[in-house]
Design a protein around this ligand. Structure first.
Ligand code: C2E
Ligand code: MG
Ligand code: MG
Ligand code: MG
Length: 282
């Protein structure tokens, strides 16, 4: 009897596996089609200087407009794209589109802002990254100093010396570098000083429970003062409430990004946000 159950157990497990594998294969296929059919779109989320009330940057966030399914968020396809290598063409498209958009806003006479683009592990390690970035800038006619690449702390720590070398190559190209999700990737603080960085992004998980979690508040204000003392800019992500913003400002953080100011929005809405943001309003 036990033997039978075991066999059934295995049979069930196997058919579940097959279903999972099949589902993954078809999802991969759809993602490959999506690349060919240009089914991606970028949304932009403002980063605001709290001292002046001005938008200083936009983070480009990719979405997949899947026919019949609506918008698919990166949490549901970036990992698969990484695994299958499809992140290369997708990432290239994101870079090109983001650079072109930044230049288009400048051409519309809007105050120039920096554009931030997320780069995943496989893209960052890819041989041709420097060329890909240089091409995107060149094609768009965008000065490199307006582009910032966001890389996560855990990506950097996977291959510390390789990452540092890579960061120096990008710095030479003239682009800015930010560490995304800072505080979650266990980088030693001594490693931090070897990174040619311009900004730290305090991870959203530390911001979420402010003002209720005293530990998160301690960590957040420590990261902010560390960044400042090292001459880095610091932006807090995931700021949703006035109370969180107030705490951050009191802690010396002068850049915030989050639903409090705006969700990520389509290009047109972002243009309107920028237009209405021409002068100081604080
Ligand atoms: P991330 O780079 O840390 O981006 C911030 C995420 O937090 C975004 O989710 C954004 O919509 C969300 N967010 C912003 N403000 C708030 C807030 O106030 N509250 C809450 N709850 N969430 C907020 P999204 O767009 O779903 O992106 C998730 C992640 O996917 C990104 O995290 C990034 O790691 C990755 N990703 C997005 N676009 C790209 C891309 O073009 N290339 C690559 N390689 N990764 C991307
Ligand atoms: Mg990011
Ligand atoms: Mg982040
Ligand atoms: Mg994140």
């Amino acid at each position: 009897r036990a033997k039978e159950l075991g066999r059934d157990g295995i049979a069930l497990f196997t058919s579940e596996m097959t279903a999972a594998v099949r589902k993954k294969l078809s999802r991969t296929d759809e993602l490959r089609q999506a690349v060919l059919r240009d089914e991606f779109v970028l949304h932009y989320q403002p980063q605001v200087d709290v001292q002046t009330g001005r938008i200083i940057a936009a983070e480009a966030l990719v979405r997949w407009q899947r026919p019949g399914e609506g918008l698919v968020y990166p949490g549901d396809f970036i990992a698969l794209a990484e695994e299958t290598g499809l992140i290369m063409p997708i990432g290239q498209w994101v870079l090109k589109t983001a650079c072109r958009q930044a230049r288009a806003w400048q051409d519309q006479g809007l105050r120039p802002i920096r554009i931030s683009v997320n780069v995943s592990a496989r893209q960052f390690q890819e041989e041709r990254l420097i060329e890909t970035v240089a091409d995107a800038l060149h094609e768009a006619g965008l000065d490199p100093s307006w582009l910032e690449l966001e890389i996560t702390e855990s990506l950097i720590m996977k291959d510390l010396s390789g990452s540092i070398a890579r960061m120096h190559e990008l710095q030479k190209l003239g682009v800015k570098l930010a560490v995304d999700d800072f505080g979650t990737g266990y980088s030693s603080l001594s490693a931090l000083k070897r990174f040619p960085l311009s900004r730290l992004k305090v991870d959203r998980s530390f911001i979420a429970d402010i003002p209720h979690d005293a530990d998160d508040m301690a960590i957040t204000s420590a990261i902010i003062s560390l960044a400042q003392k090292m001459g880095l800019e610091v932006v807090a992500e995931g700021v949703e409430t006035e109370e969180q913003a107030r705490f951050l400002i009191e802690s010396g953080c002068n850049q915030i990004q989050g639903y409090l100011y705006s969700r990520p929005v389509e290009e047109e809405r972002f243009s309107r946000l920028l237009e209405g943001n021409g002068c100081d309003h604080r």
